[in-house]
Each structure stands twice: as structure tokens, then as C-alpha cells.
Design a binder for this molecule. Structure first.
Ligand SMILES: Cc1cc2nc3c(=O)[nH]c(=O)nc-3n(C[C@H](O)[C@H](O)[C@H](O)COP(=O)(O)OP(=O)(O)OC[C@H]3O[C@@H](n4cnc5c(N)ncnc54)[C@H](O)[C@@H]3O)c2cc1C
Length: 393
């Protein structure tokens, strides 16, 4: 067993863990970053793409957003497409804020380089990660790497190991584990195709929801609502394109096809554990809360937690333990705000398709849509949540 000591052991090199590790290193607080996958793997794993302006500014202000700000195109409008018509929604005009479109793997690549290449300590391809003595003053993490057993004694553990990590399992029985299942799936697709429009497209259709989101000039993400129990095998390419055209295309607004290189069913569910802290363990990002990609909120929330956690740890080492004690309570209002928004948006996206079996919900969804598109006050309230304008970091 190889034993070392550091101030903070950070589990997981996703957006949350990498932001925490970078900011701790810059604050002169010792840390070791542990990641289950290889560096090459995480630098190529495609997921999110839309980052809200407050989160970009938060990274930029902390010296981590230079590449992102220099390279990412901005988006400030989207289209609802339904009943063969386009309804353009210019949230940038209402809020003065935009999304930065930057594939998650590029942000991860930037953050890994900023951390590791500057001498930050990281161990990739760890396994059998276990946490110990979390309610003592000196917790520890044990794991296997390079065929050997390792132990890191530390002051704190930052559990940033995502929805499939181990950290959340160390919260006590008394922690509240809240869960919502949408009862549907989304088929997440990536195509080697240029974007078909200069904004996000949300297709609301009796056969189910569909979406289009630019990623790069040559890659586009699409989503298709799927029935419960369907698998990737139920969606050959020919069916995918037929449904994308049917649900998203309108006269003068066609969908550009390309080779599909990712096809993955996502079970649509949300969850939150609270409190997000237990003794010396503090969770950040998807280890604590999962939000289905309906409103593109997950990575933004992961960054929000990471900013708060590092600020709180910096305050602790400067002699003020109060922000760390209040860390979970500080994170949760935005977590729940985004959960609520995702459910609200889901009702608009998915209930129209329920028309045949539940005309009541379908009509309610249509009423919401009419109000959103007809009332400037409703549009302003929606736009603030869509871009997350309330958060200021
Ligand atoms: C298809 C799709 C599209 C999305 N689009 C958007 C979007 O546009 N905008 C948005 O904001 N969000 C979006 N999201 C959500 C976003 O990708 C996640 O919210 C984000 O990755 C969460 O970051 P994280 O750091 O908390 O977790 P992760 O990115 O999951 O990182 C956790 C890391 O921990 C590692 N790990 C796991 N277990 C262990 C262990 N035991 N020890 C050490 N390491 C471990 C994992 O390998 C991983 O690298 C999307 C998600 C998907 C699937």
C-alpha cells in the first residue's frame, strides 16, 4: 500500500472535479484528482454542448475560460416547431445573455491540460475506490492504480464522480434521495452533419418530441423521444431520419442528414440527494443531482457546485468554516430551480404527443405554449430560466 497525504482528494475528472481541482491548485490548496477512466477517454467523451453565460463568465473570471470564450459560437435564439410552423424565441434579446456552444469534451480537454500540464497531481484509471472515516478530522481514500494499492489521507473528499460514481453511496440512510421518472426515453444522436439551423430546434409533434442542437460546424446533436422499453436496436438509421424529418422539418427549414456516429437511449429521469455533504465528504455535480438533458442544465449545475465548493474550501483554509458548513444549502436552491424548469419544459415537449391517450394534458401543454408565445411577461420569465440569468458568478 502506497500512502500519501493531501488537503483535498477530488474524485472524478468531469466538469465538476476538474474545475474544483484547478481552482484548489490555483488557491495553493493541495489536492489529488482521481479518475476511473483514461485521460484519452475523457477527452473524447461527447455529452453536453450548451453552457450558460453566467457559467462561462464564472470560468473566465477564475482564469479557466480563455479557450472557451475565444472559440465557442454564441446562441441566443431557438425555434419551437409544431403544426408545420416555426416560432422563433429570441431569449438573448430579452435577457442580454447567450449560450456558448462548446462540446463538453473540449472543455474537459482544456481543464485537464490546465491542471495536469501545470503540475497538478492526477491519477487516471483508478478502480476499487473506497472512502474511509468521513466523519473524522482525517478521512481517507483507498484505490487501486497501476496494479498497486494506494491510500490518500486528506482533510476533505470532493465527490465529483458523477451519477455512476461511489461518493453518493457514502451518504447516510437519513439523506433524502428524491427521484422523478419521466416514463419515456430520448434517443441521443450525433451526426456528421452541419447544423440545419443557426439555433436549437425543438420539434413538438404528435409522434413525439425531437430536437436539433449544433455542436460544431460539422457535427450536430439530435434527440428523438422514444417509447418506454425501446432500445437502440429499434432505431435503425432509416427510421431515425424518417422521424427527424417528420418531427422537425417545416417548409423552408429542412434537416440535413449525415453519418450517425452516436446512438444512445437515455432513460429520462431526475434525482437529487440532500444534504450534499456528510462529515468531510462534499458532493458536487451529478454525483448529487441528475437532470435529464431536457433544458441542458446538468453541466451548468456541475460548474455552479464547483465554484461554491472551491470558494468554501478556500474560506475554510483562510480560517472561516461557515461557507463549507453551508455549502449544501447554498447549492440546492439553483438545483431545485433547474429541476422545476426541466419538469415544466418537459410537459410542453412531451405532453402534446400524449394527445391521443391524454387529451387533457395535451391541451394544458398547448395553453402553456400559447401563453409563452403570446405574453411578453411570460416570455421574459421563461427566458431568464432558460439561460439561467438569475445566477451571478
Ligand atoms: C447526451 C447528453 C447531452 C447533454 N447536454 C447537456 C448540455 O447541453 N448542457 C448541460 O449543461 N448539460 C448537458 N448534459 C449533462 C452533462 O453532460 C453532465 O451534467 C455533466 O457531465 C456533469 O458533470 P460532472 O462533473 O458532475 O459528472 P461527469 O461528467 O459524469 O464526471 C464524473 C467523472 O467521474 C468519473 N468517475 C466515476 N466513478 C468514479 C470513481 N469511483 N472514482 C473516480 N472517478 C470516477 C467518471 O469517469 C467521470 O469522468 C448532457 C448529458 C448527456 C448525456
Amino acid at each position: 500500500m502506497v500512502s500519501t497525504r493531501t488537503a483535498v482528494a477530488v474524485l472524478g475528472a468531469g466538469p465538476a472535479g476538474l474545475t474544483v481541482a484547478n481552482l484548489l491548485r490555483r488557491a495553493g490548496i493541495g489536492c489529488v484528482l482521481l479518475e476511473r477512466e483514461s485521460r484519452a477517454f475523457i477527452e473524447q467523451r461527447p455529452r453536453a454542448g450548451f453552457i450558460e453565460e453566467w457559467a462561462v463568465r464564472g470560468l473566465e473570471r477564475r482564469g479557466l475560460g480563455e479557450q472557451l470564450v475565444a472559440k465557442a459560437p454564441r446562441h441566443e435564439k431557438f425555434e419551437f416547431r409544431f403544426a408545420g410552423q416555426r416560432h422563433v424565441f429570441r431569449y438573448g434579446d430579452v435577457t442580454g445573455q447567450r449560450h456558448f456552444v462548446y462540446p463538453q469534451q473540449l472543455l474537459v480537454t482544456d481543464l485537464v491540460a490546465q491542471y495536469v500540464d501545470a503540475g497538478g497531481e492526477a491519477v487516471f484509471e483508478v478502480s476499487d475506490v473506497r472512502l474511509h472515516d468521513l466523519t473524522s478530522d482525517s478521512p481517507a481514500v483507498t484505490f487501486r492504480a497501476d496494479g498497486g494499492e494506494h491510500r490518500i489521507d486528506c482533510d476533505f473528499v470532493a465527490g465529483c464522480d458523477g451519477a455512476r460514481g461511489v461518493s453518493a453511496s457514502y451518504l447516510p440512510e437519513s439523506a433524502v434521495r428524491a427521484h422523478h421518472d419521466y416514463g419515456i426515453g430520448w434517443l441521443a444522436l450525433l451526426a456528421e452533419a452541419p447544423p440545419s439551423a443557426d439555433g436549437v430546434l425543438f420539434g413538438i409533434h404528435p409522434r413525439g418530441f425531437a430536437a436539433h442542437m449544433a455542436r460544431t460546424p460539422t457535427v450536430t446533436r439530435f434527440y428523438l423521444q422514444t417509447a418506454p422499453g425501446e432500445t437502440e436496436a429499434d432505431w435503425p438509421d432509416e427510421r431515425v431520419w424518417r422521424e427527424l424529418h417528420a418531427r422537425l422539418a417545416v417548409p423552408g427549414g429542412e434537416i440535413v442528414e449525415g453519418k450517425l456516429f452516436e446512438k444512445r437511449i437515455l432513460d429520462m429521469h431526475n434525482s437529487v440527494v440532500e444534504p450534499m455533504s456528510h462529515g468531510r465528504l462534499h458532493l458536487a455535480g451529478e454525483s448529487a443531482h441528475l437532470v435529464a438533458p431536457i433544458a441542458a442544465k446538468g453541466m451548468n449545475l456541475a460548474l455552479h457546485d464547483a465554484f461554491l465548493l472551491t470558494d468554501a474550501l478556500a474560506a475554510y483554509y483562510a480560517g472561516d468554516p461557515a461557507p463549507l458548513a453551508g455549502y449544501s444549502a447554498a447549492c440546492l436552491p439553483l438545483v431545485w430551480q433547474y429541476q422545476e424548469f426541466s419538469l415544466w419544459l418537459s410537459d410542453i415537449f412531451h405532453h402534446t404527443a400524449a394527445g391521443a391517450e391524454n387529451p387533457f394534458l395535451a391541451r394544458v401543454a398547448e395553453a402553456r405554449m400559447r401563453r409563452l408565445l403570446g405574453s411578453p411577461a411570460a416570455a421574459a420569465a421563461f427566458a431568464e430560466l432558460y439561460i439561467g440569468k438569475n445566477a451571478d458568478f
